[in-house]
Design a protein around this ligand. Structure first.
Ligand SMILES: [Fe+2]
Length: 585
């Protein structure tokens, strides 16, 4: 059975499941080159068919990760389902003056039923353009999140917690997962969203929401949360294992109207929080970041401890945008009695393409946790040596040769201080570069965070993350349990670094001596593992810097052509693409 999964909210994505196996996934942003693209994955769909990833006739069911279709959302759906629109960032910027959506059919929507029919009609039409004509299943947003984490976790019994800004009217759910069944035991409405609270702080600090939250996590380590802890303690409480805003919105009539008007022009999307944060308006960005990080750490740990105690289940699977926060994940793993944690590597809404598809599959099939356990996230397109050679041969600005020992030669170059653009095999699914579309460098230069970020035109407050040989993890990091190595294969959790290694590899240690490593095993990525082994042989260091292969606000590179560009612009020193080593003349 072949299922095509589609997510059309943040990070629109297509995924293919073949007989329960995760076969292919790609986010729309990697193809249309618009970072964190919101909407239907138009190009992704065409890519699947035109690149012969799958034949239209092979697809049995299409699973879409949305299930609530309110008439009030007609405009949002029209926006998501229109390709030729003047793109604007729904939540951050005012609409451009020439903004329009070609399709005006949404103006006819009068009832929720009309809205569902509209969405269904649009999606059917889009599928027909590539010859797909089959049943469409709509799967709830948070159920898709839960399914993505549970079915790939390798656990037969687990407690699934989903948390995000909002999806299908909810901002969080808790589920007992057992023998292939997902049973929801708690849900939190979008009015009490942890994600939106964090996003509001992101916006308040001058960054883009749903995009730059990681900067706040990094910045938090530089700030002092204690100064305003009491004030922040008043923001929310946990009642029956659910987050509740204590004083959500100034509900005066005038403010309600004001918020409505602001919403209409795309401002103040997260109504209400601004007023809460104004209480602490004198805070610096650092202290504000530290305060919100600390506040939500306490609340999220409390929520998960509550449900772990209530259900007696110590294996926790996490998904939803909130769990992009590597610090939350570390603290959850350290809760007493937790003996397994897994964060779905594509934890945001892009993960729901897989989640909706895998849920649809296991609704009708028996579940085998071991057979379905995630192997790796290398699920995107790849390009062979012949393709790479043909691309490189016509460029007169570069010189290149084919290496017979790419891992060894690359390790040597890194040990000489070179910045490497490393492009190998299939592109990663999810936000992290895990050694197939990565920029690699030596971890010994304390100042590299400044100059390399400048060179890559980025502002980051977290240091670069390291990739580390899995078998050396205990030497470098303080791991409180063997089970923590599994989530760390996907760079979804932070650890304290041992003091010796903070000194030996200062470029990857944060100001609080933590790092968010990718632990690399031979099984998950043999070529990258060999590179790390070779580097270890040369330097005695079992870790290197691994940062995503992109510059500034661009999505991670997808094709060799995109990978070559940073070399031509001198952002990287060497481009290692499949078996070719390439430098500027
Ligand atoms: Fe979500």
């Amino acid at each position: 059975m072949t299922i095509l999964g589609i997510s059309l909210t943040h990070d629109g994505t297509v995924s293919i499941i073949k007989n329960g196996k995760h076969y292919f996934s790609i986010a729309e942003e990697r193809l249309n080159r618009r970072k964190a693209y919101i909407g239907f994955p138009f190009e992704g769909l065409r890519y699947l068919i035109n690149s012969n990833i799958i034949k239209p006739s092979e697809i049995d069911i299409v699973a879409v990760s949305s299930s609530v279709f309110l008439k009030n959302w007609a405009f949002t759906f029209a926006f998501q389902l229109t390709e030729n629109k003047m793109y604007y960032d729904l939540q951050n910027e005012q609409k451009p003056s020439n903004f329009y959506i070609h399709d005006k059919e949404y103006l006819e929507i009068k009832t929720d039923k009309d809205c569902k029919a509209y969405v269904d009609r649009k999606i059917k039409k889009l599928l027909e353009t590539v010859g797909i004509n089959c049943k469409i299943q709509y799967v709830d947003h948070h159920l898709s999140h839960a399914a993505s984490a549970y079915y790939s976790s390798g656990f037969n019994e687990a407690l699934s917690v989903t948390m995000d800004g909002e999806g299908d009217l909810l901002s969080a759910t808790v589920n007992i997962c057992k023998n292939g069944k997902i049973n929801k035991i708690s849900e939190t409405s979008n009015k009490h969203s942890a994600g939106y609270l964090y996003s509001e702080v992101t916006r308040r600090c001058g960054y883009k929401i749903s995009r730059h939250e990681g900067k706040i996590t990094g910045l938090a380590a530089y700030g002092d949360y204690k100064k305003h802890e009491e004030c922040f303690d008043n923001l929310t409480s946990v009642v029956n294992g659910k987050l509740e805003y204590k004083d959500r919105v100034n509900r005066s009539f005038i403010n309600k109207i004001k918020n409505k008007v602001l919403n209409l022009i795309g401002r103040n999307f997260y109504m209400g929080h601004q007023e809460l944060i104004n209480r602490c308006d004198t805070l610096s960005n650092k202290d504000l970041s530290a305060s919100i990080q600390n506040h939500l750490e306490k609340r999220i740990v409390e929520i998960i401890r509550f449900w772990k105690d209530k259900t007696g289940i110590g294996k926790i699977v996490l998904s939803g945008g909130i769990f992009a926060n590597v610090k939350f994940n570390q603290l959850i793993s350290e809760i007493e009695g937790v003996d397994g944690t897994y964060i779905f590597p594509c934890m945001g809404d892009g993960g729901n393409a897989y989640g909706a598809a895998i849920y649809t599959y296991f609704k009708k099939r028996d579940f085998d946790p071991i057979k379905n356990k995630i192997q790796n996230v290398y699920l995107g397109p790849s390009f062979d040596n012949e393709y790479v050679f043909n691309m490189l041969k016509n460029n007169d600005k570069i010189e290149f040769y084919k290496s017979h020992n790419i891992p060894q030669e690359t390790a040597q170059l890194i040990s000489e201080g070179k910045i490497i653009g490393w492009f190998q095999g299939r592109m990663e699914y999810g936000p992290r570069a895990l050694g197939n579309r990565s920029v690699l460098a030596s971890p010994v230069d304390r100042d590299i965070n400044k100059w390399l970020n400048e060179r890559m035109k980025r502002t980051e407050f977290m240091p670069f993350a390291p990739s580390c040989l899995n078998e050396k993890a205990d030497e470098v990091f303080e791991l409180s349990g063997e089970f923590l190595k599994f989530p760390a294969e996907f760079m979804t959790i932070t650890f304290k670094m041992k003091q010796e290694w903070v000194e030996r590899a200062p470029a990857v240690a944060h100001i609080d001596d933590t790092a968010r490593p990718q632990l690399v095993t031979e099984e998950s990525n043999p070529k990258y593992y060999r590179l790390l082994q070779e580097y270890y042989k040369i330097t005695g260091l079992p870790l290197i810097i691994n940062t995503s292969f992109n510059v500034h606000e661009e999505p991670i590179v997808c094709t060799p052509e995109e990978g070559l560009q940073p070399l031509l612009n001198s952002v990287i020193d060497v481009f290692v693409c499949e078996d070719y080593i390439c430098k500027l003349k």
